[in-house]
Design a protein around this ligand. Structure first.
Ligand code: FES
Length: 123
């Protein structure tokens, strides 16, 4: 089993997802087995305005651990990432970064500005 720990800059409680990459895809958006696929398929919302086809930056995440065990970023992804807010050396587009090690642990940080799907009930 692979494991993804999801850390939210917004301060929401951390989530831990255990899964078998061989079961991908877990839903229909993004590359099968990508971080986006795994997160959405396990009830962790992540914006993905373009539907997971490397045409926006809303799925920007920061891979704090396990980055070398993801598929390498291709030119399209790097070009798109250049436009992301808060870019870091560990930034990836979640819809393109595919989990490649079935036994690895990954730690993925969700930047605050990308979390818009979750909102409080307001006043
Ligand atoms: S969802 Fe648009 S680039 Fe990933």
């Amino acid at each position: 089993m692979a494991r993804i720990r999801v850390v939210f800059e917004s301060g929401e409680p951390e989530r831990v997802i255990d899964f078998d990459p061989a079961d991908a895809p877990f839903q229909h958006d993004g590359e099968p087995g990508s971080l986006l696929d795994v997160l959405l398929g396990h009830g962790v919302p992540l914006e993905h305005a373009c539907g997971g086809v490397c045409a926006c930056t809303t799925c920007h995440v920061i891979v704090m651990e396990g980055g070398q065990r993801l598929s390498e970023a291709e030119e399209d992804e790097d070009d798109m990432l250049d436009r992301a807010t808060g870019l870091t050396p560990h930034s990836r587009l979640a819809c393109q970064a595919i989990v490649q090690d079935p036994d690895a642990e990954y730690v993925v940080r969700i930047p605050r500005h990308t979390v818009n799907l979750i909102s409080g009930h307001g006043g």
